[in-house]
Ligand binder design. Sequence first.
Ligand code: TQI
Ligand code: ZN
Ligand code: ZN
Length: 169
Amino acid sequence: HYTYFEGTPRWPDGTQTLTYAFLPGNGLTDDVKNVFATAFDRWSEVTTLSFSEAESYNSADITIGFYTGDHGDGEPFDGVLGTLAHAFSPTNGRFHLDGDEDWVVSGDVTQSSLSTAVDLESVAVHEIGHLLGLGHSSVEEAIMYPTIAARTRKVNLAEDDIEGIQNLY
Ligand code: TQI
Ligand code: ZN
Ligand code: ZN
């Protein structure tokens, strides 16, 4: 079953569009940006929320960046595998990904020759759930289940994720 963070933090009542921006300097390709856009769409499809890229990094509700090792928030990344990414609860908006992972942006992660390959969209859909206020779920099929096998793609929201998010938005 789905959970929320302590105190059930959420984006305020009446929030329609949440904006997001990519850390300047990461030099992300359009392919990478499109993966995030697709991941956001999966949540907007089942809620009253929509997501759009912000005009500027400083005005964005949600900020997305790739970082390695200690990056100043007390939750250092750890190189290949282990922690892949983290996101904070509403209304913090910070979404950090471990730049040391072998991210698969397009193509089939299950066919990757790298045993360490991680599907970017799968992780993005999960972290966006956290950004919106979902904690972890006990339902194995749920996007918000706390573990995922290596070289796995899991991007479709389960009924449990949908119920959880629809209670918030
Ligand atoms: N990162 C953890 C996660 O997102 C960080 C974390 C642990 C966390 N507890 C939390 C974040 C509570 C918010 C609230 O769960 S991770 C998966 C999964 C990770 C794990 O790198 O371990 C995914 C990132 F669920 F598949 F194991 C993405 Cl999809
Ligand atoms: Zn961080
Ligand atoms: Zn999680």
